[in-house]
Design a protein around this ligand. Structure first.
Ligand code: CDP
Length: 248
């Protein structure tokens, strides 16, 4: 008989030492790849994810071009070494689904109509996965889009909440995702108080569902502040380096 994993102990502490409504430590960096038009990197707990953006640029193949707006394409991909058991590098059904829902999460935010007949290509590369990669992927992709200078109504930020070990928890890690009772990833546009991605697996009462959504949105608001700081840090660094050059 397999032993049941204790996801939350009597003190309300989770397997990775967090409190129930605590995010994993997050590190964000903007503009780290020189060959892409925009790029960013996120570490959220053990997740390590890169995002890169090309565009707006000419569409290939040309027949895919849209006369009235830019074509947004998204590829979410997990490196073969990103998970415990080697993953085939070929796109899985899961990756095809995630690429679609992430693209749809961004469509309402980007001024696509400003760039007819062009494409904006968004790549999300998961280097190390530990649960919640679609959310961390959205958060980092938003920064890569901003870094590429793509005009957006707002940054999109994403975070999951759910239930593990009988408790509502924020920002589920891999074991909570797999062994827990429910997981609700949410992508959010804070300035519009609007949600552009909402998925759920597992079982919750309606009351728990409402509480979990609110918890996820609280998480999103905290991460949104970090996104803005990361963007400012990049431009501060550029400002300082140009000031030094001017002085020389
Ligand atoms: O990553 P996210 O929670 O958005 O998606 P998921 O389909 O709920 O996957 C949860 C976690 O399962 C991932 O973050 C990975 O840590 C793990 N996973 C895995 O171990 N092997 C895969 N082929 C896919 C996912």
């Amino acid at each position: 008989m397999t032993e049941k994993i204790v996801l939350v102990n009597e003190d309300g502490i989770r397997t990775d030492g967090r409190k129930l409504s605590e995010l994993r430590p997050i590190k964000l960096e903007v503009g780290i790849l020189s060959n892409a038009d925009g790029s960013a990197y996120i570490e959220q707990g053990k997740n390590k994810i890169l995002a890169a953006v090309y565009g707006p640029r000419e569409v290939h193949p040309r027949h895919m071009a849209l006369p009235d707006r830019a074509l947004l394409r998204c590829r979410y991909h997990m490196a073969p070494f990103s998970v415990e058991e080697r993953k085939s590098p070929a796109p899985s059904r899961r990756e095809v689904e995630l690429s679609k829902v992430i693209r749809e999460a961004f469509e309402p935010a980007i001024f696509l109509e400003k760039f007819p007949r062009t494409s904006i290509d968004l790549f999300i590369e998961v280097l190390q996965a530990d649960g919640g990669t679609r959310c961390a992927g959205v958060t980092v992709a938003s920064l890569a889009l901003a870094d590429a200078g793509i005009p957006m109504k707002d940054l999109i930020v994403a975070c999951a909440a759910g239930k593990a070990g009988g408790h509502l928890v924020l920002d589920l890690n891999d074991i909570e995702d797999k062994e827990g009772e429910a997981d609700i990833p949410v992508a959010y546009m804070p300035s519009f108080n609007a949600v552009s991605l909402l998925q759920m697996d597992g079982l919750l009462t309606i009351e728990e569902f409402q509480q979990a959504i609110n918890l996820a949105l609280e998480g999103c608001k905290q991460i949104y502040a970090l996104q803005k700081e990361a963007l400012k840090a990049k431009y501060q660094a550029i400002k300082e380096s140009t000031e030094v050059t001017e002085e020389e």
